[in-house]
Design a protein around this ligand. Structure first.
Ligand SMILES: Cc1ncc(COP(=O)(O)O)c(C=O)c1O
Length: 456
């Protein structure tokens, strides 16, 4: 039999993976998927508790999505959307506009989340230019946010470890402000008093409002661990942006297409942003597709201006096969009531994780919403002891992965600002699958607690 492990080690450059880990003998070769489970070539069956990478929302082995792709490949494998359209690109755009909030009715397709962010940045600049507002180019985003890896998206990303090595290559127009972690106001106090809202307004004023083009934020922020915004945060951000003529973009690359129990999480947080970026779950990851859905008046402003067009594009934007799979995915999400299913089951997952936190004193906090949670770890909650730097290094350097492997559970050990485990099950996961995740997590936390205790 072919040795795919050896071939990969010889020729395949992995993403965000240490060379030492890649060269080890225990590299897993994934073979096939089956609903919420994945099998490797050694016959081991794993529970996919992260939907691959927040994307295989409808699970594996969906014959409807496979058929949609095959049919479209047979009919029209490719034609660009530069000056032309095709049936699936038109249908997918209409279906996305239908479920997007307010007048977000215009869809620009690309092939990934990073490209979606690049497109939002450039559209914001393009829009302001079309109005003769030539000074606006700066972007405000938040600390610990992840918005992608291409240079524009990386500049917006608020994770120093990822940005710093490339700092000389990044544009200097981005400012990072505090995120919503731990932010709240006393009952009866208006959300305008939230420090995380004031930080955005203060930054706009400090930079000069007529230089700021865009604010970008995730409704539930992944970096720093599933940060759910305090009540009123998003409507208040909307008001601040409107006050200074700044566009507002919700980065829903993870949050959209049911992850938080709605097609777009902006709906849950009662806001109509100017743009929403999406990717990942729009095709349930059966094809690479991303995009930006934009308020129609903004697109019309650009088209009706002397500029006349959005000066941006890519070969595969609106790819017929990718958009055909988006049509099939959204059709299935409607038919199977996926957002409603998530709303109906989110409390079961949340309560289960809270119960695990009660049982294991190595858990500091559980955060999240919908089918998206982070479990933040510490050494011992009873005594208020934090992990030492060495503990954290070892846990994130392989110890947690070892426990997850034992439990055959695919979730993510995360080091962005704390030591955490991130959960994002396929949106089709029912009670049985959620219970299976919780049982395996119980085992992982038991092993983690014992490991921490053994170091003291
Ligand atoms: C919120 C957010 N924005 C953008 C991206 C970048 O997406 P991609 O990896 O498809 O380029 C990601 C990726 O995880 C993301 O989580």
């Amino acid at each position: 039999m072919d040795d795919f492990r050896a071939k990969a080690q010889a020729h395949l450059v992995p993403h965000f993976t240490r060379g030492a880990a890649w060269r080890r003998g225990d590299l897993i070769v994934m073979d096939h998927g089956d609903g919420c489970y994945i099998h490797d070539t050694d016959g081991v069956r794993y529970l996919d508790g992260l939907s691959g990478l927040f994307c295989t929302s409808l699970g594996h082995s969906r014959t409807d999505l496979v058929a949609a792709a095959a049919e479209q490949m047979g009919k029209l494998a490719y034609y660009p959307t530069w000056g032309y359209t095709n049936e699936p690109a038109s249908r997918a755009a209409e279906m996305i506009a239908e479920v997007a909030p307010g007048d977000l009715d215009e869809v620009f397709f690309v092939s990934s989340g990073s490209e979606a962010i690049e497109s939002a940045l450039k559209f914001a600049r393009n829009y302001h230019l079309s109005r003769g507002d030539t000074g606006r180019y700066k972007v405000i985003s938040r600390e610990w946010s992840y918005h992608g890896t291409t240079l524009g998206a990386l500049a917006v990303t608020g994770i120093a470890k990822l940005r710093d090595p490339f700092a000389p290559m990044l544009w200097d127009g981005v400012r990072h402000v505090r995120n919503t972690l731990g932010d709240s106001v006393p009952p009866g106090t208006p959300p305008s008093e939230l420090a995380s809202v004031q930080a955005v307004e203060d930054m706009i004023l400090a930079e000069g409002p007529d230089t700021v083009a865009l604010v970008v934020a995730e409704p539930v922020q992944n970096g720093r661990g599933a940060l759910v915004p305090p009540d009123g945060y998003w409507p208040e951000l909307r008001r601040v942006c409107d006050r200074y003529g700044v566009l507002l973009c919700a980065d829903e690359v993870i949050n959209s297409f049911g992850r938080i129990g709605h097609f777009f999480a902006s709906e849950r947080f009662a806001v109509v942003p100017d743009m929403i970026t999406f990717a990942k779950g729009v095709t349930s990851a059966y094809q690479p597709l991303g995009g930006v859905v934009i308020r129609r008046p903004l697109v019309e402003q650009v088209w009706d201006s002397p500029m006349g067009s959005f000066l941006h594009g890519s070969t595969f934007g609106g790819h017929p096969v990718a958009t055909a799979v988006a049509v099939a995915t959204i059709t299935a999400m409607h038919a199977e009531g996926i957002p409603g299913h998530v709303l109906a089951h989110q409390d079961h997952l949340r309560r289960g994780l809270d119960a695990l936190a009660d049982r294991h004193s190595c858990v500091r906090e559980v955060r999240g919403a919908g089918y998206f949670y982070a479990v933040e770890l510490m050494a011992d909650r009873e005594t208020g002891t934090d992990l030492t730097d060495d503990d954290a290094l070892a846990l994130l350097g392989g110890v947690l992965l070892g426990f997850l492997k034992e439990a055959r559970l695919l979730i993510r050990p995360d080091d962005r600002g704390a030591t955490m485990l991130t959960f994002a099950p396929p949106l089709v996961a029912d009670r049985e699958v959620l219970d299976d995740i919780l049982e395996r997590t119980d085992q992982v936390l038991q092993r983690t607690g014992e490991w921490i205790a053994g170091r003291r």
